[in-house]
Design a protein around this ligand. Structure first.
Ligand SMILES: Cc1cc2nc3c(=O)[nH]c(=O)nc-3n(C[C@H](O)[C@H](O)[C@H](O)COP(=O)(O)OP(=O)(O)OC[C@H]3O[C@@H](n4cnc5c(N)ncnc54)[C@H](O)[C@@H]3O)c2cc1C
Length: 417
């Protein structure tokens, strides 16, 4: 139910991915008038091709002491889930230095705790939006499996399991037989596994996002198909968002343009170290439903997820900026993972690459610009932006209404850099 707001405002949200649309929905719930700006609504963002998990268990940052220790192997092994474009290295170096700094054990402990708190609100802040958008039929509640091809690999996950338990995230260790009982179609190349029984997954993220966008419009919001070029202050009340060939006025502006947010924040005066971890997927439009739930394969950094229109194999990380074309080597790693776990799937039907918006400390930026109190940032959600979209939108709407935020967001403030 939308509330009457004593101070309803015109709010422009730049970017109509999950974070932007969820923010628009929470702002509408609070009585505001919203306009979303996107050059390619419901076509191009990271929302299109992700692994579909509502990953409430994913509080482990990408950078850990073990990531740093394994970097040479990760970068030079042809099977590695991580790759780096050497020509992009000079541009990436400042981000990498911050990444290494955030990977120290003391930092990993506090980041995983902070992410754990945010994640504990993820489902309760996303579910009402899914309900408003009539998208409940697109959510499956069968948990998520994460598998290891060796006992040694599983042993290395010990510290992650501990960090999850410290954050109150339920995780069950599984034997080979228990995994086979849950997913009998899997080729038993795995040795051990973890089960996140509270996790949910989306049967079509794109379809859900479209329904959420339709709900925004049905409630009086609008979506302008255009690219935001910058934000200017007009006077004490109004901001102007510059578009290609036009502009739009707003009381408040939210930057939620995913991996493309950096230059908009810089243009507003905030230098934030956003970069991208490029990811990939392959779609297998299989007739037969082979899996009941997403299955992560630790050895390749890939998830196999059953969806409405087939099975999606998604993952890997490439550090190569926002203009990097599809790297066939990444697709081979993903198809290799499918071949390991579901050899009955022979040929894929389509391929995709997209750009995770990634901060070096694996934490999103949620907060007010340091330069203009009317500009808000909601980006940098890395591997878990779908999962965190609802709580991010709720927090931004609380900030705009000058309410105490449901979660202490100081750890996610733009000013932490
Ligand atoms: C392979 C892969 C697997 C993933 N798996 C998962 C998963 O299982 N679970 C999970 O929670 N997350 C997952 N993610 C991460 C998730 O997809 C992202 O974190 C999330 O989509 C980010 O949401 P966003 O709205 O910030 O950005 P996006 O989804 O990228 O949307 C940004 C939008 O901004 C628009 N935009 C860009 N520039 C401008 C501009 N100048 N003006 C206006 N609009 C602009 C774009 O067109 C786009 O629509 C995965 C990502 C990848 C790549």
């Amino acid at each position: 139910m939308e509330k009457a707001n004593s101070n309803p405002q015109d709010i422009v949200i730049i970017g109509a991915g999950f974070v932007g649309v969820a923010t628009a929905m929470w702002l509408q719930k609070s009585g505001h008038k919203v306009t979303l700006i996107d050059p390619e609504p419901f076509e191009k963002g990271a929302y299109f091709g992700n692994a579909c998990t509502i990953a409430t268990y994913a509080n482990i940052p990408v950078g850990t002491p073990s990531t740093i220790k394994n970097i040479p192997k990760l970068l030079f092994s042809p099977q590695s889930p991580l790759s780096l474009s050497w020509s992009y290295l000079p541009k990436l170096t400042p981000w990498l230095l911050r990444f290494a700094w955030a990977s120290r054990p003391s930092q990993v402990a506090s980041i995983s705790h902070q992410l754990g708190v945010l994640l504990s609100h993820a489902q309760s802040a996303l579910a009402p939006l899914i309900e408003t958008a009539k998208g409940e039929d697109l959510v499956a509640k069968n948990g998520t499996l994460y598998l290891y091809g060796s006992e040694a690999g599983f042993m290395k996950a010990k510290s992650d399991i501990q960090l999850r338990r410290l954050s109150g995230i339920p995780v069950t260790k599984l034997t080979k037989a228990e995994i086979s009982d849950l997913e009998p179609q899997l080729n038993p190349v795995y040795k051990r596994g973890l089960f996140f029984d509270n996790a949910q997954h989306l049967l079509s993220p794109l379809n859900l996002l479209q329904r959420m966008g339709a709900s925004v419009i049905a409630k009086g919001g609008q979506i302008i198909t255009n690219k935001a070029l910058g934000i200017e202050r007009v006077d004490a009340q109004k901001l102007k968002v510059l578009l290609q060939g036009s502009s739009v006025l707003a009381d408040k502006v939210v930057v939620a343009a995913g991996a493309w947010s950096k230059h908009l924040a810089r243009q507003a005066g905030d230098q934030l170290p956003l970069d991208t971890e490029q990811g990939y997927h392959l779609m297998y439009n299989a007739q037969q439903q082979l899996l009941q739930r997403p299955v992560g394969w630790a050895d390749a950094g890939v998830y196999l997820t059953p969806m409405n229109d087939g099975l999606r194999a998604a993952g890997t990380v490439e550090l190569a900026g926002l203009n990097n074309p599809i790297n066939p080597r990444r697709l081979e790693i993903i198809s290799g993972a499918v071949n390991d776990l579901l050899p009955q799937l022979k040929n894929y039907d389509s391929q995709w690459t997209g750009f995770r918006p990634s901060m070096p400390d694996s934490k999103p930026v949620i907060g007010r610009s340091s330069k203009d109190g009317g500009i808000f940032y909601a980006f940098g959600h890395g591997h878990i932006g779908v999962t965190l979209s609802g709580i991010t939108g709720k927090l931004i709407s609380e900030l705009i209404d000058n309410k105490a935020p449901s979660v202490d967001i100081s750890a996610f403030a733009p000013g932490r850099f």
